[in-house]
Unconditional design. Sequence first.
Length: 315
Amino acid sequence: MIYLFTWNSEFLVREKTLNWKNQYLKKYWDFNFVVFNDFKNINKDILTQELLSEWFMWEKKLIIIEWFPLSSNEKSSELTNLWEYLNSIIDKIPENNIVVFSSANLDKRSKLYKSIKKIAIKIEEFNTKNSQDIFNIILSKYKWKIDNNAIDLLIRYKAWNLEKIISEIEKLLITNKNIDIDLIKDNIFPEWEESIFELIDDIMNLKLNNAIWKIETILSQVNVYAFYNNFLANIRVFVYIYLLKDNKQNDISKLLDLKNRAFLVNKNYKINFLQLKEFYIDIVNLDKKMKSGRMVWSEDDILKYEIIKTIVKLW
């Protein structure tokens, strides 16, 4: 019996696989239970024996093949050979042997996936398309323990990473019966990429004192050049949104592939397009200064000072 747990939510795939492990161990203990997850060093003979052999006088056998790399981008010849070998024996697996493949972000074009699809009893896909999907998962898992607005904020703070969100909730629930938005603000620090998004939000609303304070906070945890590149890329998105809205373009979210941040298209800001365009040009010119030698790359404080100076010009 073949099962496949897959798709883009690594957390949900992992959780489903763990649930199967626990259910089997609860019923059968650890008899006839094996997990394969180190495919770089797998022993083909052991794999064959576990997959194709049945155990005398025993009802079931569970073999879990975790995070098997089903991507066609995998260049390892050893793994490619292993795919081909598994593909050749998969239809010979005895009925009483339960084989669970778990793999996030698989390639549905691979031969092995197509073989699994033909004979699998069940293929479950765990997908989180947007922030609403993530919100619903958290709400169903922690109903009555976390407020809705706290979920929204935590999703933003952890940049839509479900595994990190769950981890933070579990830690907060050790000492708190309920999680509200103030608890999130007081105890959870945003991912630095999300901090940049909040920084830009302050700039777009001309809350410039807040923006300068946030720069100091972000640069306490990340290199100034990594910050600059991320900051520039995000500012560029807002410039494109303003331009496309000014040209009355439809489907801006799809055109810019905004995904979880599609709401930005309909959001109103205090900054006008002329201010934003001049600010963006100033930020781009910092890159030109660095590449032309007019700004010394090794001096972190100089780049930080120049970025802050461009923000101050908005006053």
